[in-house]
Design a protein around this ligand. Structure first.
Ligand code: RI2
Length: 311
């Protein structure tokens, strides 16, 4: 039988290696892992239980530094209460379940809200593999709109391949392009629709590397740039002035034989920052908002957390 910590470390490793990936899924996976851990550990006292779950939360938080969905999910699950061990256990499990449910509902709702902006005959460009951006695209298509999608490969991990397979499965006409072809096709595009790893207090977007260059091309071509982001992708830390850490991944992801070269190094940031002025709208589960409203979303949705952090 696997021990609870071994199982949790296994999930953490699958998140780190990107076997489990995509900001929303990472958050849900972390919530689920914490729940499983809390339900299966043996603890002699509430204090011991608290210490063990805090340790487990730390392990999960250290897997992917950028995705705020992960830290928000962990924080929400860790708000458990209980005067005794069993009450604490079930409160934590309840928090995890309601986070997962909230996340799934949000993705669906964003699909409905965002799809209203997509018109019959539109061409949509998407980058990487965002379940939330795809929810908008699929909802528009399912409502009978004749749409076409252009998907980037998204080097170095090629998440674009996941995107085109999903689109193909749904029967949506799709064209795959290399990342550097975005400028060439942008004049055919009606909307760029991308997901989000983080939305900052000033409405800027942290998303898969290459997003910022796509936003620049869209801005120059006067193409609408839409972000699909649940409210738990908004970062409370950025209100407190903190910068979003950008995850640097291994050189081998870009060039597997790098160790054979003596004078070359690889720089492999996983994400980049798109300034809010290039974003037309952020579709959240509470509405389609201008990026400038992000501060209010954080205050409204995650305000309680901010208060607690200040204590
Ligand atoms: P959903 C991904 O990160 C991409 O940056 C994508 O845009 C973002 O998560 C959001 O994905 P990675 O895990 O939450 O591939 O919309 O590094 O599914």
């Amino acid at each position: 039988m696997t021990l609870p910590m071994e199982e949790l470390l296994d999930t953490a490793e699958r998140i780190r290696s990107m076997e489990i990936r995509g900001a929303a899924l990472i958050g849900r996976a972390a919530a689920g892992a914490l729940k499983d851990f809390a339900l299966s550990i043996e603890a002699a006292s509430l204090e011991e239980f608290n210490g063990e779950v805090r340790r487990a939360a730390e392990v999960l938080l250290n897997t992917r530094p950028t995705a705020v969905s992960l830290s928000n999910a962990v924080r929400i699950v860790m708000r458990y209460r209980g005067d005794d061990l069993e009450a604490a256990r079930s409160s934590l499990a309840k928090n995890a379940d309601s986070f997962v449910e909230r996340s799934l509902k949000a993705v669906e709702r964003i699909g409905e809200i965002g799809s209203r902006r997509v018109l019959d005959g539109d061409v949509i460009l998407t980058h990487c593999n965002s379940s939330v951006a795809l929810s908008i695209i699929k909802t528009a298509f399912d409502s009978g709109k004749d749409i076409r999608v252009i998907a980037t490969e998204s080097r170095p991990r090629y998440q674009g391949h996941l995107t085109i397979k999903a689109l193909d499965g749904w029967g949506i006409e799709t064209e795959l392009i290399v990342d550097s072809a975005v400028r060439t096709v942008i004049n055919e595009v009606d909307h760029v629709i991308v997901g989000a790893d983080v939305i900052t207090a000033n409405g800027s977007l942290v998303n898969k590397i290459g997003t910022a260059a796509i936003a620049l091309a869209a801005s120059e071509a006067r193409t609408s740039f839409v972000v699909a982001a649940e409210t738990y992708k908004f970062s409370p830390e950025t209100i407190m002035g903190e910068l979003v850490p950008i995850e640097m991944r291994s050189p081998e992801e870009v060039y597997p034989e790098i160790s054979k070269l003596q004078h070359v190094r690889v720089r492999n940031p996983a994400f980049d920052v798109t300034p809010h002025r290039y974003i037309d709208v952020i579709c959240t589960e509470i509405g389609a908002i201008p990026p400038e409203m992000s501060y209010l979303v954080i205050k409204e949705m995650l305000g309680g957390e901010l208060e607690r952090q200040r204590l």
